[in-house]
Design a protein around this ligand. Structure first.
Ligand code: CO8
Length: 261
């Protein structure tokens, strides 16, 4: 499928979605969100794709936020709420996708861009990446999950500091806060993301799905409930052919070939 604001390409076990609206630093307008949703549908349905990478086009921005020109036209509180809920639903879908999602953050990840990045499972940032929730400077608050995911990832007070000041932080600072998992030289970002995606493509797909579910759902509950969830997914993983393959491969001293069954 051809899109206007994004590109989807595939490699060895992975797919790469690039958000490309260079004139506005890849800002997310409605059309781009719709295209992103369609691309995610396509990736989800394709069994050959075992890991997804999302990045921004160009050297400067991952995504510089929601499209402020479009935001300016929102006529009412009700419409603002509806649009926020819509974007939130898409980002939650990405977070809950049944395959791992790597965010390759190549530059500014601000507002909706930071929120999109936080819906990924693993964040790799270029040294040039900058993160922030500058909505307060526009007279609004984060609307695509920023107040919630940021607080869960870096703690309440740091989230408040970032949302209240609108301050941008560097990739190194984001690494220190645990917002990103790795910082790499700018020109190596995509290569690193692809290597990681290829590594993940070799892992057991059903186990990866259960790991995501156990961590995402468990993080929202108390320890005992979380442990019950873990035991349940652990049990379910024993119903797969891949666990026989994984254990046989270990015992036979060979590499496993997981089929996602
Ligand atoms: N929306 C629209 N246009 C943008 C955006 C944006 N978010 N960001 C940059 N642009 C445009 C600029 O207007 C400029 O256009 P032009 O060339 O026509 O003047 C072009 O991109 C290049 O930008 P700059 O000239 O500003 O580049 P600089 O290098 O000087 O600055 C910055 C880069 C710091 C990234 C700067 O562009 C900036 O501050 N951008 C806005 C960042 C921002 O505030 N993001 C948050 C937006 S609000 C949001 O994300 C809310 C999400 C939830 C919405 C829920 C309901 C819908």
């Amino acid at each position: 499928m051809e899109w206007k604001n994004i590109a989807l390409e595939q490699g060895d076990g992975w797919a790469l979605i690039t958000i490309q609206r260079p004139k506005v630093l890849n800002a997310l307008n409605r059309e781009t969100l719709e295209e992103l949703e369609q691309a995610v549908d396509q990736v989800e349905a394709d069994e050959k794709v075992r890991a997804l990478i999302i990045t921004g086009a160009g050297d400067k921005a991952f995504v510089a936020g929601a499209d402020i020109g479009e935001l300016r036209q929102i006529p009412s509180a009700a419409e603002g709420e509806r649009l926020a809920a819509r974007g939130q639903a898409l980002f939650s879908r990405i977070e809950e996708l049944d395959k791992p999602v790597i965010m390759a953050v190549n530059g500014y990840a601000l507002g909706g861009g930071c929120e999109l990045a936080m819906s990924g499972d693993i964040l790799i940032a270029s040294e040039k990446a900058r993160f922030g929730q500058p909505e307060v400077n526009l007279g609004v608050i984060p609307g695509y999950g920023g107040t919630q995911r940021l607080a869960r990832l870096v703690g309440k007070t740091t989230a408040k500091y970032l949302c209240l000041t609108g301050e941008m932080i560097t990739a190194e600072e984001a690494l220190r806060l645990g917002l990103v998992q790795k910082v790499v030289p700018h020109d190596q970002l995509l290569e690193e993301a692809r290597k990681l995606a290829e590594l993940l493509a070799q892992k057991a797909p059903v186990a990866m799905r259960y790991i995501k579910k156990a961590i995402n759902q468990g993080a929202e509950t108390d320890l005992q409930s979380g442990l019950r969830l873990e035991a349940s997914f652990f049990g379910l993983s024993f119903d797969t052919e891949d666990r026989i393959e994984g254990m046989d491969a270990f015992l036979q001293k060979r590499n496993p070939r997981f089929r996602g069954k």
